[in-house]
Design a protein around this ligand. Structure first.
Ligand code: 4AZ
Length: 260
């Protein structure tokens, strides 16, 4: 008994010190890998990130582009959604508390959004009260040029941590890499001609956006380059995450934010 306790302690110490975990004792890995594969992050590092809430619960991510305008995905704003049931939480890394919760005055969905093909999957929300910017709440600049294939990028959100999993209570972060539109529709991956204009992809082994991250930011070079849009499950090797390409949709956003 005593010997067993000592050997167990020695084993735990060795594992804590970085030794390989003996086979049979390793943590089960999820088939999807695992804001799959993410690490918890602070809102100060991603102060443009908001939670878009429907009827009091997190439904999508979004990005602050000015003190009263949020960019999110068109598919987050489909009927029967109305402005009166929408709020955004800003300034918190928790999806259920902290920061500020602000009502939505109105929203606008891209007129060219197609729910079948997911082209133009972008929309804007106008807030009832203006955000006060500080260390936890800031706007992000929209990219004017599509990032090159292979560029470093990051994704954040409170979405599912695996295809079959549940949403994260804390904001999670992953590093990923841009997959250009032509590469994303090539035979390297499984999407083919489903990758249309206005779309850009990103992929990293066992790391991806997932359900509930939709509408949230894909950031590269400190700028908003994408909006989480769709994908075949999450973190599958042949299926990168697919994003609305902000550089191509920026002119629409600039116009929409004036009229929403
Ligand atoms: C979704 O269902 C969803 N792997 C969003 C992003 C991705 C997959 C699904 C990307 O909202």
């Amino acid at each position: 008994m005593f010997l067993q306790i000592v050997t167990t302690l020695a084993l735990l110490l060795a594992i804590a010190n970085g030794a390989a975990i003996p086979s049979g004792l390793e943590q089960k890995s999820t088939p999807d890998g695992r804001i799959v594969g993410g690490t918890a992050t602070s809102i100060e590092d991603h102060p443009w990130q908001v939670s878009v809430q429907k009827s009091g619960g997190h439904s999508c991510g979004g990005s602050i582009i000015s003190n009263n305008i949020i960019v999110t995905a068109a598919h987050c704003l489909q009927p029967p959604v109305t402005a009166s049931i929408l709020k955004i939480r800003a300034g918190s890394n928790k999806r259920t508390y902290g920061g500020v919760l602000i009502e939505v005055a109105a929203f606008k969905v891209h007129e060219g959004y197609n729910s079948v093909t997911k082209v133009n999957d972008i929309g804007v929300l106008r807030l009832k009260t203006k955000l006060t910017f500080g260390s936890t709440i800031k706007a992000i600049t929209m990219a004017t040029a599509t990032p090159a294939h292979g560029s470093a990028a990051s994704i954040t959100g409170w979405g599912k941590t695996s295809h079959d999993g549940s949403s994260s209570s804390e904001l999670l972060f992953i590093d990923t890499k841009i997959v250009g539109r032509s590469q994303c529709s090539s035979s390297t991956y499984g999407y083919g001609s489903s990758i249309r204009e206005t779309m850009i992809c990103a992929a990293a082994a066992n790391k991806d956006a997932c359900q509930g991250d939709s509408g949230g930011p894909l950031v590269s070079g400190g700028q908003l380059v994408g909006v989480v849009s769709w994908g075949e499950q999450c973190a599958l090797a042949r299926y990168p995450g697919v994003f609305a390409n902000v550089a191509e949709l920026r002119d629409w956003v600039l116009q929409a934010q004036k009229t929403v």
